[in-house]
Design a protein around this ligand. Structure first.
Ligand code: NAD
Length: 503
């Protein structure tokens, strides 16, 4: 499938198309972006091995031509070394994401980049799709299995990662041989459409990816349509639980990645400088609209004293429209999202917490109508408070304090969500104990946002995930494939040319 898609892209580069029109075609040189007829006086015939006919002539490039080729490589190297794969498309998609979603251009490029990493990994599907074999399970009998596609699969995506999350879905499904129906978030459909265009340009046959737009009706349609065999969902718990149940009831596989409340546990022996910087970036980056945002800090023991410095660092972040230079965080997705976040901050004050930094009244010059909320820090938070129990999904860090690591672990494990967490410490035994005991899918040790690379899978436990197999990596391949096992017996005595005497 990968070859099929790329063959169309490469068709103009095929040697046959660079032959000249003379009776014995010549192969051109490709130098500095141009297909050039060589000035060489040394040519070699190319033969068709099946007929031994001469089908073309290839030059031995002259010294000047080879020099020109190397010079061209040398000139192009510095810029190429600085260019990541597909970066031009990446920027175009990123601009669209910033326009529709609001995040900074740097975050939007990261969004595309993380998705493309999954695409790259999907290209190794040939080894990931291998089945299993067991020869001679009994006389003349072998057993082997294939991984086969399911058929039509569907994806339902959230607003916060308009490129990355669709790219978790359709590339993995399609390399496994499925066709795909994508429903992006109705708030950010542009990136998916652009990705579909790129996929088409690269040669994917019509129908292999279809994109529909909509809300509840489209979701119900997907959950119930008999031809859809599997649903990948990423979004809130409210929608995810519903889709998991409704899709499963209609006999589909469903994988549902849902909400989060990610805790960062700060030990007093942590590297203070690093930890505070990482906390600020992970709590407020992307305006907290990240499923992996580190939205809850637990300061253990003497680390409580770092709170004023944390506030100072958060104050320095620049809130602006995502496409403005220097912006650290952009607006929230809708006025309703802003209102919800502000209400949750209010609930903190009403329930006895302290607001150390308040971003509710922020005004951004030139963008007075935007849905901006500035970095907000709420301290003295207790686990029974609404601002702790709810996923805020905004630039708000709630801070709890404990005297011991054990108390911190208990808080994390008592929270219903099990998406991501991080511990900051310089003690390996502390880090190991924490990683071992927390019931959370993704654990970072001095890494605030531990999103696994695509050769692993994006995990999540408890209320953060429903389903059996996770997104991307080997688990993703399992999700989008089914096994067929073949048990076959070929009796030796039936082999046509075998002679009993010889056997
Ligand atoms: P959302 O649940 O509102 O929307 C996600 C998708 O579900 C959209 O395509 C939407 O059209 C559809 N949808 C929304 N409400 C629905 C309903 N009542 N019935 C049927 N379909 C419905 O989520 P969102 O606001 O776009 O995204 C934010 C949420 O997504 C947060 O809770 C965040 O934690 C979560 N999220 C999770 C992950 C993850 O990997 N676990 C990643 C990103 C975001």
């Amino acid at each position: 499938r990968i070859l099929q898609v790329s063959s169309k892209v490469n068709s103009s580069w095929h040697p046959a198309s660079s032959f000249s029109s003379s009776s014995v075609p010549t192969v051109k040189l490709f130098i500095d972006g141009k297909f050039i007829e060589s000035k060489s006086d040394k040519w070699m015939d190319i033969h068709n091995p099946a007929t031994n006919e001469v089908i073309g002539r290839v030059p031995q490039a002259t010294k000047a031509e080879m020099d020109a080729a190397v010079s061209s490589c040398k000139r192009a190297f510095p810029a190429w070394a600085d260019t990541s794969i597909l970066s031009r498309q990446q920027k175009e998609i990123a601009r669209l994401i910033t326009l529709e979603q609001g995040k900074t251009l740097a975050d939007a490029e990261g969004d595309v980049f993380r998705g493309l990493q999954v695409v790259e990994h999907a290209c190794s599907v040939t080894s990931l799709m291998l089945g299993e074999t067991m020869p001679s399970i009994t006389k003349d009998m072998d057993l082997y299995s294939y991984r086969l596609p399911l058929g039509v699969c569907a994806g339902i995506a959230p607003f916060n990662f308009p490129a990355m999350i669709p790219l978790w879905m359709f590339p993995m499904a399609m390399v496994c041989g499925n066709t795909f129906l994508m429903k992006p978030s109705e708030r950010v459909p542009g990136a998916t459409i652009l990705l579909a265009k790129l996929l088409q340009d690269s040669g994917a046959p019509d129908g292999t990816l279809n994109v529909i737009h909509g809300q509840h009706e489209a979701v119900n349609f997907i959950c119930e349509h008999p031809d859809i065999k599997a649903i990948s969902f990423v979004g809130s718990n409210q929608a995810g639980e519903y889709i998991f149940e409704r899709g499963s009831r209609h006999g589909k596989r469903v994988q549902a990645n849902m909400g989060a409340k990610n805790h960062g546990v700060v030990m007093p022996d942590a590297n203070k400088e690093n930890t505070l910087n990482q906390l600020v970036g992970a709590a407020f980056g992307a305006a907290g609209q990240r499923r992996m945002a580190l939205s809850t800090a637990i300061l253990v023991g003497e680390a409580k004293k770092w709170l004023p410095e944390l506030v100072e660092r958060a104050k320095k972040l620049r809130v602006n429209a995502g496409d403005q230079p220097g912006a650290d965080l952009g607006p929230l997705i809708t006025p309703q999202a802003k209102e919800r976040v502000c209400n949750l901050i209010d609930s903190g004050t009403k329930e006895g917490a302290s607001i150390l930094l308040d971003g509710r009244d922020i005004k951004v010059k030139g963008y007075e109508n935007g849905n901006f909320v500035g970095p907000t820090i709420i301290s003295n938070v207790k686990p029974n408070m609404t601002c702790y129990k709810e996923e805020i999904f905004g630039p708000v860090l709630v801070v709890l304090e404990t005297d011991t690591l054990d108390e911190a672990i208990k808080i994390v494990n008592d929270n219903p969500y099990g998406n991501g967490t991080a511990i900051f410490t310089t003690n390996g035994a502390t880090a190991r104990k924490y990683s071992h005991l927390v019931d959370v899918g993704q654990v970072g040790v001095n890494v605030p946002i531990p999103v696994p690379l695509p050769m692993f899978s994006f995990t999540g436990s408890r209320a953060s995930f429903r389903g059996d197999t996770n997104f991307y990596g080997k688990q993703g391949i399992q999700f989008y494939t089914q096994l067929k096992t073949v048990t076959s017996q070929w009796k030796e005595e039936d082999a046509s040319l075998s002679s009993p005497a010889v056997v």
